[in-house]
Design a protein around this ligand. Structure first.
Ligand SMILES: NC(=O)c1ccc[n+]([C@@H]2O[C@H](COP(=O)([O-])OP(=O)(O)OC[C@H]3O[C@@H](n4cnc5c(N)ncnc54)[C@H](OP(=O)(O)O)[C@@H]3O)[C@@H](O)[C@H]2O)c1
Length: 337
């Protein structure tokens, strides 16, 4: 089969198409013939060697949608031929609260979705929503799940709350905006690009500020009516984290699912306790979260934001676009067999 195989860490140009052995389904597995895959920041961290336990060679990619081509022993044969979306969380386990120790994400160490075929546990495939194209379906899994858990399962965003989603150009951030808006919240955003703030307003955001400008926290709080946000959804971390604590309302919640800017050494701890903040961590999501998220995106009213679609052969170009933060929403790879 055709696949992108990462043999060496480095620049996007490491992502080249080659011939690779087609996977066979093991017990309780299916092999999916992929129609589309999507990028996540994780794929960039892996390629750059900034991810734990990297094992090469590997086919990257956590997101995919396609048709079940083969079923292994122990799998209901009627699954063959079904159009599916893949949940990339492997071994989440039975707890809603936290994943198991041996939890893994598809695309490292297991071969992922930048390929014509991928083998996954049968329990990880879900019916593709009829309302979505292959590209839209592939855009959903990792980012939609992460956003759903952070916004709904962890922060429990309610109708009428004020929510801040930072770095709105990000894949997960776009889903967080849509999901919080759908829940009835007033959503504000930050971005390093004024154009992306305008794009976010078209998706339902009230307003937003550019985090590259002076005094952006003050301006943001003014936009929110002076009080700040009931819930802040952030994945930047780093030096900006203290500003996030400032924007949260007393008694508010800050939910974090990433640290794109790295560690933070300027946290005013007093802000956390004096304002009685709840600081929550969130990672991916349970099978229940995935089911609920997919249900939301199975209605005509909600579609994932796809920035652009490129052929699998141009994965390197898509990685460049992500590294330069040019995208608004998900970068998708079309896979033509
Ligand atoms: N824990 C999990 O399960 C999980 C799941 C998915 C992702 N993540 C992590 O979450 C992060 C985002 O992932 P992604 O796939 O959505 O990445 P992405 O599509 O590459 O988005 C990253 C975004 O970060 C924003 N950003 C950059 N500098 C910022 C700053 N100073 N303040 C606020 N935002 C800033 C940019 O937004 P603008 O372009 O609008 O400026 C950029 O588009 C990554 O660190 C990733 O590893 C974690």
């Amino acid at each position: 089969m055709k696949a992108i195989v990462l043999h060496e860490l480095g620049e996007p140009e490491q992502l080249k198409v080659e011939e690779f052995t087609k996977p066979q389904p093991k017990e309780d597995e299916v092999v999916v013939q992929l129609k589309a895959a999507a990028l996540n920041r994780r794929d960039v961290w892996i390629r750059r060697g900034r991810y734990a336990d990297i094992k090469l060679p590997v086919i990257p990619g956590s997101d995919g949608a396609g048709i079940v081509a083969e079923v292994g022993n122990g799998v209901d044969a009627s699954l063959a031929g079904k159009e599916v979306v893949i949940n990339p969380c492997l071994n989440w386990g039975d707890s809603e609260r936290v994943q198991r120790d041996d939890f893994r994400i598809l695309g490292l160490p297991d071969n992922g979705t930048y390929a014509e075929y991928v083998a996954v546990p049968a329990e990880n495939v879900y019916a593709k929503p009829d309302t979505l194209s292959w590209e839209e379906s592939a855009a959903i899994p990792l980012a939609g799940l992460t956003a759903y858990r952070a916004v709904i399962s962890r922060a429990k965003v309610q109708k009428g709350q004020t929510v801040l989603v930072t770095g709105i150009g990000g894949g997960v951030a776009c889903f967080a905006l849509q999901i919080a808006h759908q829940a009835g919240a007033d959503v504000f955003v930050t971005s390093g690009s004024d154009k992306k703030i305008e794009q976010a307003q078209k998706l339902g955001a009230e307003d937003g500020v550019n985090y590259k400008r002076e005094n952006w926290t003050k301006k943001l709080k003014e936009m929110m009516g002076g009080g700040g946000a009931d819930v802040v959804v952030d994945s930047a971390g780093g030096e900006n984290f203290d500003a996030i604590l400032d924007v949260a309302k007393p008694g508010g919640t800050v939910v974090l699912y990433g640290a794109t800017l790295g560690p933070s050494d300027n946290v005013t701890v007093r802000r956390i306790f004096w304002k009685q903040l709840d600081v929550l961590g969130s990672t991916m999501g349970s099978p229940e979260d995935f089911k609920n998220m997919l249900r939301m995106y199975s209605t005509d009213s909600l579609k994932p934001v796809v920035d652009s679609v490129l052929p699998l052969e141009e994965a390197a170009r898509a990685h460049h676009r992500m590294e330069e933060a040019e995208q608004f929403g998900k970068l998708v790879l079309r896979i033509d067999s």
